[in-house]
Write a protein that binds this ligand. Structure first.
Ligand SMILES: Cc1cc2nc3c(=O)[nH]c(=O)nc-3n(C[C@H](O)[C@H](O)[C@H](O)COP(=O)(O)OP(=O)(O)OC[C@H]3O[C@@H](n4cnc5c(N)ncnc54)[C@H](O)[C@@H]3O)c2cc1C
Length: 369
């Protein structure tokens, strides 16, 4: 069978779905990628906001940057760098102690490399989803995944009941694919019935996750009293990190934009009160106010932001890695790969590493047909 006749469906356009789709397409496999969100990126996406006076603001509201330690991943990142999709973010990082109200551990320049997508974190996924051989469908959530036993094909059905086609192979990059969390968040049953691939699915059933709230802030003037553009907080029950988005390469500098990240404990506490369903505007406004107040209590900021908005990541970080050795879950008979950061490590590099493993399994499976 030719690779092109081997159709693979990909669920998700986060970095693992996008890398996998592009790797398969480069190997001549015909790929259709489905993403429930309006645009690509998943937890590496970029948020576009408009203020009341019509000013457009962009925020990296998921991963603020990523680092690389594995040579195979570095090789790919260098290719992206040469294509102008990523650049090094050369700011010094530090930590701020709420007890002493002082900065500690201000880094020496160049002590570690951090990469960002340019002009936004989503640029990498966007480019990969547009590569030749990848057909990407955004705003199309997969509601049900069925196995056609006689034909030995996967059949995908949209959340609206639409038939999305049949595929010889399937790769899924969402950790909630079989999890009852889907029902708690959306009210729908999870797309994949655990009975179809029990050995794989069981590992995903109780995968612990850590939530995070972020707040996007825009200031008319630079926060000149803050000596660094990225820092973590020590001894705060509310804040964990702060990043100045407008200090990243190729960003607009017409305003100074910061993204504050909450601690997981703070987010868990809010979720315990409000539930897992989409948070209301009242909740988000309250969170935005609380995180801003904590930031202001550092004494570092004297001006008020002209824009503030919170976002919730219900499962920002997987709190376990379920396939450290194999790097993805793989059912050879049904040609189903499940990959993502939850397989290897809770970061962009872990997601890419897992995507490589899943693409390899499927590529080998095409060659053996
Ligand atoms: C606030 C925050 C801070 C972070 N900080 C860092 C950091 O500093 N450094 C770092 O390396 N990493 C960081 N991360 C983690 C990093 O973003 C993730 O590890 C990585 O982006 C995961 O990629 P993924 O492809 O595995 O998953 P995801 O990006 O979650 O992709 C899964 C995709 O599947 C889609 N999907 C789900 N269900 C369906 C369905 N039924 N049908 C269609 N599509 C579906 C989702 O919409 C999503 O786009 C951070 C994450 C967050 C949220």
């Amino acid at each position: 069978m030719s690779s092109a006749a081997f159709k693979v469906g990909v669920l998700g356009s986060g970095i693992s779905g996008a890398v996998r789709a592009s790797t398969l397409a480069r190997n001549g496999v015909s790929v259709t990628l489905f993403e429930s969100a309006r645009g690509p990126g998943g937890r590496m996406s970029q948020r576009r906001e408009r203020t009341e006076d019509g000013t457009e603001l962009h925020f990296d509201h998921g991963a603020p940057f990523f680092s690389v330690s594995k040579s195979e991943v570095l090789h790919l990142v260098q290719e992206w760098e040469s294509r102008g999709l990523v650049a090094e973010w050369k700011e010094k990082f530090a930590s701020f102690d709420f007890h002493t109200l002082k900065f500690n551990n201000i880094e020496q320049e160049g002590s570690s490399k951090r990469y960002v997508g340019v002009p936004g974190m989503n640029s990498i996924c966007k480019a990969l989803c547009n590569e030749s051989g990848v057909e990407s469908k955004f705003g199309v959530g997969i509601g049900r995944i069925e196995w056609l036993h006689d034909e030995k094909l996967w059949s995908l059905i949209g959340v609206d009941g639409q038939n999305l086609g049949q595929f010889k192979g399937l790769v899924a990059s969402d950790k909630n694919i079989v999890s009852p969390r889907v029902a708690e968040v959306t009210g729908r049953t999870p797309p994949l019935d655990i009975k179809l691939v029990p050995e794989l699915s069981e590992k995903l059933l109780d995968l612990p996750v850590k939530p995070c709230f972020i707040v996007m802030l825009a200031f008319a003037e630079p926060l000149s009293t803050v000596p660094v553009k990225a820092f973590s907080f020590e001894n705060s029950e509310v804040l964990s990190q702060a990043y100045c988005d407008s200090s990243k390469p190729n960003r607009s500098t017409t305003s100074e934009r910061w993204v504050l990240h909450s601690t997981a404990e703070y987010a868990e506490d809010i979720i315990a009160q409000t539930g897992l369903k989409k948070p209301s505007d009242i909740t988000l406004n309250k969170v935005a106010e609380q995180l801003l107040q904590e930031f202001q209590s550092t004494g570092l900021i004297t001006s008020q932001p002209f824009f503030k908005k919170a976002h919730r990541w219900g499962s920002a970080f997987p709190a376990a890695s379920i396939a450290q050795e194999e790097k993805c879950l793989w059912d050879r008979n049904k040609r189903l790969a499940i990959c993502g950061d939850f397989c290897v490590s809770p970061n962009v590099e872990g997601a890419i590493d897992s995507a490589f493993a899943a693409a390899l399994r499927l590529k080998d499976s095409v060659s053996s047909l």
